[in-house]
Unconditional design. Structure first.
Length: 572
């Protein structure tokens, strides 16, 4: 493609009747005062959109318009232009064509940037036009900060002459609050990258020959970098200081938390250290406070279950339990319920360890076992605070469960979690814990069991045909060949880190304590209770819900089966 000619954006927009002459004059006067680009001023005033500008410019310079929201850019293609130059020139290589590189510029009128990209890549350049905000967001996704993390880790390693010097240097470093210290820059880069990658956890693991840093993204661990193992002590020490842990204790596990503010947003960090053979393993759970809470309306619950949840929450008393393994989104579901219940007419008390979300209007209590501030003790005291709704972080033992169920019998709505495999086994699990059968029958209103499945990346999703074995899985969920089945899988792109998945959604099952189930519970007949419960849940199990999501193209069949591998057959 030949070097494009300059154009006057304002005149183009007037020709296309997207803005008026008076609007252009007003924006140009503002531009003289502020020095900002004309296109950005017009977009900020909401007179025109970025996409409208991009399409007009594309027609003017006879270049294709590309919607980066509908396709990703592979990191190896973007890397054809080094990151430092891509960010400086605000340019992105989107495709390595046979004759030329297809390059997007934030400002197609910047001919100097066009020439420099051609000089740096030593290739013929073909210009494509994109929306500016999409280009900047894709830049962040395509390059990330893994290379920066590796470089900072290497710089930190070169400063560590020996293990003996390490602690003294770090203590001096922290006392001086030297913000340029490599360990500080490494951690800052690590948190920024984790937040951009939507990571839920950071794992820092000292191995014999390397310090491995991994992020858990959508429930799966991904290696970010492997560095010199001798920096492990420096990183662990700094994190301990940030979270107020005992820096002299390396032989025992410790837990703590701290708060960090980053460009990408604020995040609460829950930290756990564990002494291992080669040093202290550190795992950090990231609670992104800027992400906001989900509401019950957008949690993708099946309609029948959403109605059951609303019925349970509308009652003035009773217990609602959410079950599932660690990391299955139980607390998120409970807080979505609290968000719906939160009003000036209700007093809501939460008893948690730790407090994962902060919601205005709630009275949230952090359990501290070290000072005997246990779940049971706080729960007893909270009942004297005249609450309407109580959230108990977890039914950990018989005492807590009994107090919670008794509170549900005496006019309180109690929400809590329990670690069980499915909804049907939860009432029986409470009895196994030693809770009297009559208390479970009278107090328990609803049990929700859930898992999280990865959703197909919308930017690289493509349809595919099911194998005979996969069609058999769908038939287990009660589907036939006449049902609407639109299977999709991700091909892998920069938006999803080449995994084919982006984000997660819940799959659910539930059981309501109907009169028939209450009677079976009171008669102490587990087999009859299970039979009635299975009949109520027919076709509405976790695995069946996951397979329905796969059939609609939201997730893949392999993911649905992976998540449901520890469950019984659908409907059974």
């Amino acid at each position: 493609m030949a070097r494009p000619e300059r154009f006057r954006l304002g005149d183009l927009l007037i020709q296309e009747a997207l803005i008026s002459a008076s609007q252009l004059d007003e924006a140009l006067a503002d531009q003289k005062k502020s020095g900002r680009r004309l296109g950005r001023l017009l977009v900020d005033r909401q007179w025109v959109t970025e996409v409208q500008i991009a399409k007009v410019v594309a027609r003017q310079i006879r270049a294709p318009y590309l919607d980066l929201g509908q396709r990703g850019v592979r990191p190896e293609v973007a890397a054809l232009l080094p990151e430092v130059h891509a960010r400086r020139l605000r340019a992105l290589v989107v495709e390595d064509g046979p004759g030329a590189l297809r390059v997007a510029l934030a400002d197609p009128n910047d001919l100097a940037a066009f020439d420099e990209v051609a000089r740096l890549t030593r290739r013929e350049i073909s210009l494509v036009v994109v929306a500016e905000s999409q280009l900047l967001a894709t830049l962040e996704r395509a390059y990330g900060r893994s290379d920066e993390m590796a470089g900072l880790a290497k710089a930190l390693g070169s400063e560590m002459a020996s293990v003996e010097d390490e602690i003294g240097n770090l203590l001096g470093l922290n006392i001086a609050s030297t913000e340029d210290a490599p360990v500080v820059r490494l951690l800052s880069s690590m948190f920024e990258q984790a937040l951009r990658a939507r990571a839920s956890d950071i794992h820092i693991e000292p191995q014999e020959r390397a310090l491995r840093i991994r992020f858990r993204i959508d429930g799966v661990l991904h290696v970010q970098t492997e560095s010199d193992p001798k920096i492990a002590g420096a990183v662990a020490l700094r994190l301990k200081l940030m979270s107020g842990l005992d820096i002299s204790e390396k032989r025992l596990p410790q837990d703590g938390r701290f708060h960090v503010k980053l460009k990408a947003g604020a995040v609460d960090v829950r930290i756990s250290t564990l002494p291992t053979q080669h040093g202290e393993s550190v795992v950090m759970r990231l609670l992104n406070q800027s992400a906001g809470l989900l509401s019950l309306d957008n949690m993708a619950m099946p309609p029948a279950m959403a109605a059951a949840v609303q019925r349970a929450l509308a009652k003035p008393s009773g217990m609602v339990l959410v079950t599932g393994p660690t990391g299955s989104g139980k607390t998120t579901t409970l807080y979505a319920a609290l968000n719906a219940l939160n009003s000036s007419e209700r007093k809501i008390i939460t008893v948690e360890d730790p407090i994962e979300y902060r919601l205005p209007g709630l009275n949230q209590v952090q359990v501290m076992e070290k000072i005997d501030l246990s779940f049971a003790r706080v729960l007893r005291s909270s009942l004297r605070q005249d609450p309407d709704v109580i959230l108990v972080g977890e039914m950990r033992d018989q005492t807590t469960a009994e107090i919670g169920l008794r509170a549900a019998m005496t006019g309180h709505l109690v929400l809590s979690t329990l670690h069980t495999n499915d909804a049907l086994s939860t009432p029986l699990r409470l009895i196994d814990m030693g809770v009297p059968r009559y208390m479970v029958a009278l107090s328990l209103q609803l049990v929700v069991a859930q898992r999280l499945v990865r959703t197909v990346c919308p930017h690289c999703a493509a349809p595919y045909q099911a194998t005979p074995q996969q069609l058999g899985w769908l038939r287990l969920a009660g589907m036939t060949e006449t049902d609407s089945i639109a299977l999709k899988e991700g091909q892998g792109c920069s938006d999803c880190n080449d995994t084919g998945y982006a984000g997660r959604t819940g799959v659910y099952e539930y059981i309501e304590m109907t009169q028939a189930l209450v009677e079976a519970m009171n008669h102490g007949d587990p087999s009859n209770f299970t039979r009635i419960g299975r009949a109520q849940m027919a076709g509405q199990t976790l695995r069946a819900d996951a397979l329905r999501l796969a059939a609609s193209g939201r997730t893949t069949l392999d993911e649905a089966v992976r998540v449901g591998s520890d469950l019984g057959e659908p409907g059974g």
